[in-house]
Design a protein around this ligand. Structure first.
Ligand SMILES: [Zn+2]
Length: 485
């Protein structure tokens, strides 16, 4: 492929993205106000998959038992370039955009507090531009666009990979919001096993006949105590965290059923599995001590996200071409005000690209896209839209996500994503090089899903919570519909 042609394709994709900046912003803002929790992203998935269908993509909905998952395909043959990203929110993080104090749109409701709404906008903007350029210039290859639900519960992509949905992919690209435009390679994130433990006992009147009970909540508390003792013996890379999702109903009824939900993280899949195995023994111990019965259910289990060096270098090249958006005084002032309010370094928005990171530091965060990165050369790259130094899963992280900061960041992210896909669609030698470096990086490690055989995803997860808030949230949905010109 002559370089001049490739430049022409990228220029055409950039022009399409710029022309549709308003529509891309509206995709992100609409999903922001939908504020849907994992596996309940019905409005968000319908919006995204509907836009792609309208553009002529062939759309399949409901992948791997996930009702809100979708795959949109365009083209045929090799290479197969896969784009994938998430679009879910988090519980109790409703926040009005542009307001620098806790200000829920709907009190107690779910909301976006990381920016997966903007991830969705980036992927849709890039996919539409790519399809148009591929069509107009008769480019070879297949574009596969995956909508991956319930990232906050680390859910969907290990199931997609297990079910063979990435078997034919040559390259995978995962855009994720950050506070700047960056990419690196190597192990980036951690492995994680998500599992619930349910204890079954027998209830009794807590006042008149507590001796007749077998207390399931006691077992949950002893399991928690057991894992707390175990914490001293954890490697620094390990993390254990939990919520009690069922702990009984009222104090005078001894709970016959109680349930605790754990995440077990470590730097390797094997490490996360060791933590989980120890937790199963501790659960058995807790059941023995309380005369209850324990059962567990694995919701998900993910490998650590890794970045391929070749793909990272290609994406970095496009990051240098695209550059950071020029921020207005008002945008920077909003960032400084929020940083001051939260008490973090108040340098405003990121104004200069940082040098190429190369090999990155592995972090304790996890993403369910990790499994994809062991199956096919992939990177997860970050585009701007968040305010630097603001931690995720906190009201402050919702402030920028439906403002011009996120809108400009989405345009930059969509350009980098589209340009990188075009590099791989038109330069087969780059795909070959990525597979060579990928083989080196795996170093003989064989990827095997951590999911138990036959495991089904929890498709109903978050349904009750989402249904409780949806009517009040629906009053704030945007009425304008994104139209791509
Ligand atoms: Zn995320």
């Amino acid at each position: 492929m002559a370089g001049a042609d490739l430049e022409k394709y990228k220029t055409a994709a950039f022009a399409c993205i710029e022309r549709n900046a308003g529509a891309i912003a509206l995709v992100g803002d609409s999903i922001f106000y939908f504020g849907e929790l994992g596996n309940q992203e019905y409005q968000s998935a319908a919006l995204m998959s509907g836009l792609l269908e309208k553009e002529g993509f062939e759309v399949t909905r409901g992948l791997s038992g996930f009702p809100t998952a979708f795959l949109a395909t365009h083209g045929s043959g090799k290479p197969v370039v896969a784009l994938h990203t998430e679009f879910d929110g988090n519980p109790d993080n409703s926040q009005r955009p542009g307001v620098c104090e806790p200000a829920p749109i709907v009190e107690g409701a779910p909301g976006h507090c990381e920016g997966h709404n903007v991830n969705a906008a980036v992927m849709i903007g890039a996919a539409i531009a790519l399809r148009r350029v591929m069509e107009e210039h008769k480019l070879p290859g297949t574009l596969k666009v995956f909508g991956a639900p319930a990232e906050e519960q680390l859910l969907s992509r290990p199931y997609f990979v297990r079910d063979g949905l990435f078997d034919d992919a040559d390259i995978a690209l995962h855009p994720h919001i950050g506070a700047d435009l960056r990419v690196g390679h190597g192990l980036m994130q951690s492995a994680l096993v998500s599992a619930t433990f349910t204890f079954h006992g027998e209830s009794a009147h807590a006042g008149t006949a507590p001796w007749n009970a077998r207390d399931a909540l006691d077992a949950v508390m002893l399991m928690d105590a057991g894992l707390n003792q175990y914490r001293e013996h954890l490697k620094p890379t390990a993390r254990l965290h939990r919520v009690i999702v069922e702990g009984g109903h009222q104090p005078n009824v001894i709970p016959k059923r109680a349930k605790i939900w754990w995440y077990f993280r470590d730097s390797s899949a094997q490490g996360a599995q060791i933590l989980f195995d120890q937790a199963k023994r501790i659960a058995e111990g807790a059941a023995l001590m309380t005369n209850t019965e324990a059962e567990h259910d694995v919701l998900s289990a993910v490998w650590p996200t890794r970045g391929n060096r070749t793909v990272a270098e290609v994406v970095r090249g496009n990051i240098e071409t695209v550059g950071l958006p020029p921020w207005s005084k008002e945008e920077n002032a909003l960032a400084v005000a929020l940083q001051k309010k939260v008490g973090v370094a108040a340098g405003g928005l990121t104004k200069e690209l940082s040098p190429y990171e190369g090999k990155v530091q592995q972090r304790a965060s996890a993403n369910d896209g990790g499994d994809v990165s062991w199956k096919v050369p992939m990177v997860k790259f970050y585009f701007p839209g968040n305010i630097p130094n603001i931690g995720y899963h906190h009201w402050a992280a919702g402030v920028a996500l439906a403002t011009s900061i996120a809108h400009k960041g989405a345009v930059a992210g969509a350009k980098v994503l589209a340009a990188s896909a075009l590099d791989f669609l038109t330069r087969p030698e780059l795909v070959d090089e990525a597979w060579t470096t990928f083989a080196d990086e795996l170093g003989g490690t064989t990827y095997e899903s951590l999911l138990p055989a036959g495991q089904e995803p929890p498709a109903d997860l978050n349904r009750t919570l989402m249904e409780a808030f949806r009517p009040a949230m629906a009053e704030h949905y945007l009425t304008a519909k994104p139209e791509f010109a």
